[in-house]
Design a protein around this ligand. Sequence first.
Ligand SMILES: NC(=O)c1ccc[n+]([C@@H]2O[C@H](COP(=O)([O-])OP(=O)(O)OC[C@H]3O[C@@H](n4cnc5c(N)ncnc54)[C@H](O)[C@@H]3O)[C@@H](O)[C@H]2O)c1
Ligand SMILES: [Fe+2]
Length: 385
Amino acid sequence: MQVQRMILNECSYFGPGARKVLGEEIEKRKFHKIFVVTDKSLLEHHVTAKVLEELDNHLIGYEVFSDIKPNPTVASVLDGLKKCKDSLSDCILAVGGGSVIDTAKAIGIIMTNDDHRDVVSLDGSVNTESRALPIIAMPTTAGTAAEVTINYVITDEERKKKMVCVDPHDIPILSIVDTELMSEMPENIAAWTGMDALTHAMEGFITKNAWEMSDMFHLQAMTMINRHIVNAVLNHDMESINQMGVAQYIAGMGFSNVGLGIVHSMAHQLGAVYDTPHGLANAILLPYVMAYNGTVCVEKFNRMGEAFGLDMNALTKEEIIQKVVDHIFALNEQLHIPKRLIEIGVVEEDLKMLAEKAMQDVCTAGNPKEVSASDLLEIYQKAYK
Ligand SMILES: NC(=O)c1ccc[n+]([C@@H]2O[C@H](COP(=O)([O-])OP(=O)(O)OC[C@H]3O[C@@H](n4cnc5c(N)ncnc54)[C@H](O)[C@@H]3O)[C@@H](O)[C@H]2O)c1
Ligand SMILES: [Fe+2]
């Protein structure tokens, strides 16, 4: 066996109402002022308010920053950075989906690593000198698992690039996965973010660096997401929402440490060029990429099929791959996710450019099967119409 590294949060809480621990956890650490990072829509939906109430109950001072949009930008990071400095806070509390938590991570890193104040120099794997300003993360989507990963993704609008920034210094000191914060997600966002989590589990399971411990996380995440995603999204069943909150975190413990593959490389380009929601882009591409990757990891496809509860007995290699791919198509259909990229406004003439950009993405190196730009173009074309 080769040497492996595993980085996880020091402390995490899970379950409905888990936010009740927030006040005490902050008091214990003696932070004097909290810079709350969230977004406008979460303020409007009174999701952030549930957390602010905890700070108020404990008389903890805070300032709120909420100028963040999905697929968050360099400009947003710079704006938040200035406000964070001016607020003289000693802790960042992120309440939101991946876009909010990722922006908080970028702000936190630059607060303690001023040489990266241009933001764009954080692109890729970067060894910053200092740990980020302490970050507490409270996810409101069951999706990215940004609360436990060592990554954050920021869009450089100038280059139309989603920068995948990998840096262990950004990991939150505390994460609180309070599933009550996720319970009123609109159906489409719950479906997309849930499929993002499934993509993490499946890509993380077959990525080049996968090993026994990451396999354990990813298989469990697949089993749980498959069991609960439809019930959580379509029926708003609270126990399934609880299980989705845990499952996406479990997937995060895996992929954060071993990487992903070309579903993410290709999805990032759709986010950068068309501002496609991250989970939606992944969900559409997932079955097409799995059909491409299957030939090099059939045994793992068999195990994925078993995790989905499918009968995998007496199948040929081709049938094993097809059965898993069909299962993803069926899940997408149940969740009302489109089957083709043409349906979400992707332009056919752009596919070659998207394929060339996807080749450069950090996640491409982790794909189990070697790819060229023309392979990526072919997959985009198959997914197009
Ligand atoms: N850091 C990582 O490891 C990692 C992993 C995967 C993806 N990402 C990145 O995360 C971003 C996507 O994050 P996301 O999928 O969580 O979505 P998001 O944070 O972009 O949120 C999408 C929308 O849902 C709304 N929303 C979120 N929670 C809600 C709730 N509980 N109720 C009502 N509305 C709610 C938000 O206000 C927003 O309008 C992308 O930029 C993606 O690249 C990061
Ligand atoms: Fe993702």
